[in-house]
Design a protein around this ligand. Structure first.
Ligand code: OSB
Ligand code: MG
Length: 382
């Protein structure tokens, strides 16, 4: 029997370059409108960025944590601490990225911090080689499916207007946030107005098994899936719920690794997985999870953390990997920011698809003046 090579093999073999300087830069960008979920409403993006400099080449990466631990346990503060005090000391020029990943396993969890370094090194290597990131991954270019995540709104009229705008743009699917008390009737309103819309909901863990009867009512609306209906820390109860629901469950918060994905699938806890590359520790682990799911008929898509243009570009390249079968939370830049820190912004083509930004690395240019304008903290680590 021949073992299939790891889908991340091309990346695992890459060699860590010598890095001359590492900076951590926190930027704060206003959102065009507050983004509401069942766990919190964000009015700004506060992103922890990493800047690597090597022989005159500068590569940026973005940590997908928030300043707060309301969606996920990591924060910009914990990521700074873990990167500075535990992960960076493990980075050694000349070792393979696969070996670096092994070293990182000594630190339990903190995937977002790990992914920040991995993403930065991959971007740096791609820039040095003059290759786009997807090419480094061994994946051909393709056009990427779009999708939008619509936050909780103050009224059904506002929600319907937002869905209407998304449909006019030809987004590949629309996700609407739900929470207790703002669910079945709100979904019904959208479905009645837009009978053919590819629609899904995301509860960010607001429900428990005692809400099963209510969640079953969602089966009436031909949803693509319901994302993370139950607790962020639970897999087992999702398996019990999935047995009761016709609608596919998609896990987001519960999945931190390939092992979590394997457990969830074995238990029947979901039929779809949202991969956020930061939440699972980087692009290599994302590629493994996506292939693992695809081999088992489990749908996969790329989630988002309302990233700036840096993280947004990473998510776009990632979706060239094997297994990304469903439209993700990959939306136009302008739904979050009037002015991003990177150019060009993400835009949808007339058919609702997204082109991979051309050129080496991520294919986007980080604009220094905009970083300076938005920076609230700058720390040189070496
Ligand atoms: O649950 O997918 C989520 C944003 C922040 C935290 C959690 C989530 C989200 C989104 C937005 O839904 C995704 C995006 O547009 O980037
Ligand atoms: Mg989610």
């Amino acid at each position: 029997m021949t073992l299939k090579p790891s889908p991340a093999a091309a990346l695992e073999r890459l060699v860590v370059p010598k890095v001359d300087h590492v900076d951590l830069v926190t930027v704060k960008l206003p959102f065009v409108a507050p983004f509401g979920t069942s766990v919190y409403t964000w009015t700004h993006k506060e992103a922890l960025l990493m800047r690597l400099e090597s022989a005159g080449v500068t590569a940026w990466s973005e940590c997908v944590s928030d300043p707060d631990p309301f969606y996920f346990y990591e924060t910009n503060g914990t990521a700074r601490h873990i990167i500075k005090d535990f992960l960076l000391p493990l980075v050694e020029p000349g070792i393979a990225l696969g070996e670096l990943e092994e070293r990182f396993r000594h630190v339990r969890g903190h995937g977002m911090a790990k992914a920040t370094i991995e993403n930065g090194l991959l971007n740096l290597i791609a820039l040095q080689k003059g290759q786009p990131l997807h090419e480094l991954m061994g994946r051909p270019a393709k056009r990427i499916m779009s999708g939008i995540s619509i936050g909780l709104k103050g009224s059904q009229a506002e929600l319907l207007a937002a869905v209407e705008r998304a449909m006019a743009k030809k987004y590949g699917r629309v996700k609407m946030k739900i929470k207790k008390g703002q669910d079945v009737e709100w979904v019904r309103a959208v479905r009645e107005r837009f009978p053919d819309l590819r629609l899904m909901v995301d509860a960010n863990g607001d429900y428990s098994l005692s809400d099963t009867a209510l969640l079953k009512q969602l089966d009436a609306f031909d949803l693509m899936m319901v994302e993370q209906p139950l607790s962020y820390s639970d897999i087992f109860e999702h398996a019990a719920l999935q047995k009761e629901l016709k609608t596919a469950i998609c896990l987001d918060e519960s999945i931190h690794s390939l092992a979590d994905a394997a457990a969830a699938i074995a238990l029947g806890a979901c039929r779809i997985i949202n991969i956020k590359q930061g939440r699972v520790g980087g692009l290599m682990e994302s590629m493994r999870i996506a292939r693992f799911c695809a081999d088992r008929g489990v749908g996969v898509w790329s989630g988002g953390m309302d990233e700036t243009g840096i993280g947004r570009a990473v998510n776009i390249h990632l979706q060239t990997a094997e297994g990304f079968s469903l439209p993700g939370d990959t939306s136009e830049t302008n739904i979050y920011f009037d002015e991003d820190i990177a150019d060009p912004p993400v835009v949808l083509g007339p058919d609702g698809f997204i082109d991979i930004p051309g050129g080496p690395g991520l294919g986007v240019r980080v604009v220094p003046e905009r970083i300076l304008k938005r920076a609230i903290r700058w720390e040189r680590l070496c």
